[in-house]
Design a protein around this ligand. Structure first.
Ligand code: PEP
Ligand code: MG
Length: 903
């Protein structure tokens, strides 16, 4: 097996498509070399080798040594330099890089190949002794900490002490002797700690570095990052050994990170950070605050022009926004990395739409590039426009760089660990750091927002937060952050740990206290892209909404009707007039405690106007679109008071003895209420409930129809398990409806159908369809009953079923993403049989899965007519439905290409 791939002098053994094997960085370097960009030469050791190394007790494959030797010799030929040479030494960087970007999570060693001889040569050849010794001390420092594992702090302490001795503040002021002394100290320290001399032999150095990079795949921070980013199935990291180029030789050198478009707004502008006289990590680490590219253009016009060319070439080549790292060594540009850049949700939409309009990608590709999370994140909050400017001015502590937009409010915490502890207690926190490092990702993930005192838009904090669409302010230099006292102060104000603060990632502002937030207007690109999705998809998308307000919101989100109105919600709360909710609650409670059908009817009559009024409101909002209304579903005990005080209040209100209430509540108690007297079973026992609800629906529909609204009511019975059961309910429904309609004198169409949420109903789909005019899968209950997992309690142990490191039985939580393998089969069985009985049977889904992308795609394949999702998830369903069509087309095309084999 081939473990090493060479690139250099315009040729590369690998290419951009080999990400899995060469990692993103290795594949990018190979591809850039192939298309003629200025890339330093080097070679990549594959992720397969990492996999072998980690699986074989940190041993390399037998052939690796010879392969590395051969490639090193090749590199020496191409660069005309020799590793460790006393005259003209080759220096290399040894960097990690896996198939998925994990910014800063794994190790890097720079300036490898320096020893007591080659450092002198480097000083002579660059005529810069100071630079050479600085490079050497950086190498000794990195090697000692990364390869050997000596604590960073001890070395940093020595650096600080040396600077104090010499009376200098910045590293740039340290003379050559200072660095030389420090190297001596570091080496002594190394010997004391390891009982060995610091390695002079460059090959020994190289093998140490290769092992350390492979090993860093399993470092805690990398494992945490993969966990939170849900990165699975990779082999490991590749190792890139690349000729060093130096951005820190002098003012004609520098290093930078740039994006082919603005990763925050998506605008088509060249965007990035540059640091003069600095080494690569300085930009990413955020230790110094960099300049913008426009300033670099002024300082180094020739190099900038060249970089602009690279920008357009790479974006056209990869057909996506690129995030590039580059170094300028004494006026010569070198490209060190290119990868698809992370971006904010707004930028994701803008870029996808712009690129499709520019013809860089197709509309279908634009649609495929959007993920559910991108849509969710569009709804992130901003500072509410109603907050007066004067209040903001009063609260303002500092302004930094607006790295990731959105706004966040939370309690200040000063370490990632504390962030995790507080978040676990349900607190909202803002992580306040001088700078962040990969160790902080756990805390960054749980924080509402992140603020750092240093760094630019490409610093670690900014890059990581952007990937998550999390509000982030960096380079907030006015903010004096004191870890010891756990305070941040500026502008005469001080925030202690646990005190509220607010960040505005759009403005880069930091405010004291909690400022009101609200959700922003959607970008234009969002509606354009959604329009494209609607043009492609075949699956209908409805919403689950119980109030006129939600129905309105859902229409704005693009819902084409309502797939589920849970009528019981109307008994709990008056959504239009919340202060009047108690009236409804008493009415339903009176109905429940009633001891005769007459008494129940009397109580139900009180509920009728409330229900009718709600339905009128919903029908109005859904003018011209179907509305599926489900009759009462939960067990009655959910409506009655369980504490004595509330029982007494109810007794007073309806004029009965409190003991009557208490006894009725006791009677309603069930050991397994989810499998008990609920759903349509209630109407089998108490048909008067059905009568009242159907009356409310039909009367509301008649009223709307008379006022010119197009109403399409669909009356749905929940939890049905048998044909005869549904027959009884449907007959009663038609009887009540027919009477009202005939009296009204209007012609009203309506239909009667059922939810499919009991496995028995799914199995008997052919029989049920004899009565039902439509089916709607209630996959919450169908999952609960199909898998025998309580939807209310399974959260206690389900994580173990899903966690790959534990039992790993299911790939996902089946209540979130449909269990296609099991519950999905029940659905397919039911669909096939239902349509055998009634070919035009309308079938939808109204469980939570209707708003989850993978489940929606399954529903498309299964031939459903529509999915129904909560209002904010409607766009996710629309997009997933379009992606399902695109994937179907691609599979067909692929099938044709490979001979269109039939199974
Ligand atoms: C279902 O069971 O999937 C459903 C939509 O009903 P509910 O969640 O109200 O039980
Ligand atoms: Mg249900």
């Amino acid at each position: 097996m081939k473990y090493v791939y060479f690139f250099g002098a315009g040729k590369a053994e690998g290419d951009g498509a080999m990400k899995e094997v060469l990692g993103g960085k290795g594949a990018g370097l190979a591809e850039m070399t192939r298309i003629g960009l200025p890339v330093p030469a080097g070679f990549t050791i594959t992720t397969e080798c990492c996999d072998y190394y980690l699986k074989h007790g940190q041993k390399y494959p037998a052939s690796l040594r010879a392969e590395v030797k051969k490639n090193l010799a090749h590199l020496e030929r191409v660069t005309k330099k020799k590793l460790g040479d006393a005259k003209d030494p080759l220096l290399v960087s040894v960097r990690s890089g896996s198939a998925r970007s994990m910014p800063g999570m794994m190790e890097t060693i720079l300036n490898l190949g320096l020893n007591s001889k080659s450092v002198e040569a480097l000083g002579r050849n660059t005529k810069n002794e100071r630079f050479a010794w600085d490079a050497y001390r950086r190498f000794v420092q990195m090697y000692s900490t990364v390869v050997i594992g000596l604590p960073k702090e001890e070395l940093e302490e020595k650096l600080r002490a040396m600077k104090t001795r010499r009376g200098v503040k910045d590293d740039t002021q340290v003379p050559a002797e200072g660095w030389r002394d420090l190297v001596g100290e570091y080496k002594q320290h190394f010997k004391k700690q390891t009982s060995k001399d610091f390695p002079e032999d460059p090959e020994e150095q190289l093998w140490g570095a290769i092992g350390a990079v492979f090993g860093s795949w399993n470092a805690e921070k990398a494992v945490t990052y993969r966990r939170v980013e849900r990165i699975t199935g990779l082999l490991g990291t590749a190792v890139n050994v690349v000729q060093m180029v130096f951005g820190n030789i002098g003012d004609n050198s520098g290093t930078g990170v740039c994006f082919t478009r603005d990763p925050s707004t998506g605008e088509e502008v060249f965007y990035g950070d540059f640091l003069v006289n600095a080494q690569g990590e300085d930009v990413v680490a955020g230790i110094r605050t960099p300049m913008q590219l426009s300033e670099m253009a002024r300082l180094m016009p020739k190099v900038y022009k060249q970089l602009e060319k690279v920008r357009s070439l790479l974006e056209k080549h990869y057909r996506d926004m690129q995030d590039m790292e580059f170094t300028v060594e004494e006026g010569t540009l070198y490209m060190l990395q290119t990868r698809v850049g992370k971006r904010t949700p707004t930028a994701t939409f803008k870029m996808a739409v712009d690129m499709a309009k520019e013809g860089l990608i197709t509309k279908e590709e634009a649609l495929e590039r959007i993920k559910s999370e991108d849509i969710e994140r569009l709804f992130y909050p901003v500072i509410d426009p109603s907050v007066p400017k004067a209040e903001l001015t009063k609260r303002k502590m500092a302004t930094g760089i607006n790295a990731v937009p959105g706004a966040a409010a939370g309690k200040a915490v000063f370490s990632a660990e504390e962030a995790e502890v507080m978040a676990a207690k349900g607190e909202r926190v803002i992580l306040v750091r001088r700078e962040t490092s990969p160790e902080d990702v756990g805390g960054m993930f749980v924080a509402q927002g992140i603020v750092t005192a240093t760094g630019g838009k490409t610093s670690h904090a900014a890059v990581v937060a952007r990937g998550w669409g999390k509000c982030c302010v960096v380079g907030c230099e006015q903010l004096d952050i004191d870890y010891a006292t756990k305070t941040a102060s500026s502008n005469g104000r001080k925030i202690h740990e646990g005190e509220w603060m607010t960040l505005d990632g759009n403005e880069g502002a930091v405010y004291e206290g909690e400022v009101k937030l609200s959700t922003p207007k959607l970008p234009d690109a969002f509606s354009i892209l959604m329009g494209w999705a609607d043009g492609v998809r075949r699956l209908g998308v409805r919403t689950n909404a119980d109030t006129p307000h939600d129905a309105k919101k859902a229409r704005e989100m693009g819902a084409e009707g309502i797939g589920l109105v849970r009528t019981e919600h109307m008994f709990f709360k008056d959504f239009e007039h919340p202060e009047k909710s108690a009236d409804r609650q008493f009415a339903i409670q009176e109905m429940i405690v009633a001891d005769s059908p007459e008494a129940r009817r009397k109580a139900l009559a009180k509920l009728l106007p409330y229900q009718r009024q709600d339905f009128v409101g919903i029908f109005k909002e859904m003018d011209g679109y179907p509305v599926t209304i489900r009759l009462l579903d939960p067990p009655l005990h959910e409506f009655v008071p369980h504490d004595r005080e509330k029982q007494e209040e109810l007794a007073r209100k309806i004029g009965v003895d409190v003991e009557v209430i208490a006894r009725r509540v006791e009677q309603l108690h069930e050991s397994n209420p989810m499998l008990g007297h609920r759903g349509c079973r209630l109407c089998i026992t108490y048909p008067e409930i059905l009568e009242m609800q159907v009356r409310a629906i039909i009367e509301a529909a008649v009223e709307c129809k008379k006022s010119g609204i197009k109403v399409l009511p669909e009356i749905m019975h929940p939890l049905v398990m048998d044909r005869k059961e549904l027959q009884i309910l449907a007959d009663a429904t038609h009887r009540v409806a027919a009477e009202i309609i005939s009296k009204s004198g209007v012609k009203l169409e309506y239909s009667v159908g059922t939810m499919i949420e009991v496995p028995r109903a799914a199995i008997l789909g052919d029989e049920i369809a004899e009565i039902a005019e439509f089916f709607s899968f209630g996959t919450n209950d169908l999952t609960q009953m199909g898998m025998g997992l309580s939807r209310d309690d399974a959260g206690r142990f389900l994580p173990d079923y899903v966690d790959e490191k534990k039992a790993g039985i299911f790939p996902n939580d089946p209540f979130q993403s449909l269990d296609v393998h099991g519950v999905g089969k029940l659905m397919l069985w039911c669909i096939e049989r239902g349509r055998a009985t009634r070919p035009k049977l309308k079938i939808g889904i109204c469980g939570e899965h209707g708003g989850e992308a993978a489940s929606v795609k399954f529903c498309h394949k299964a031939g459903l007519d529509y999915v129904s999702a909560s209002p904010f998830l409607v766009p996710i369903a629309r997009l997933a439905a379009a992606q399902a069509v695109i994937e179907e087309r691609a599979a067909k095309k692929h099938g044709k290409k490979s001979g269109g084999k039939k199974r």
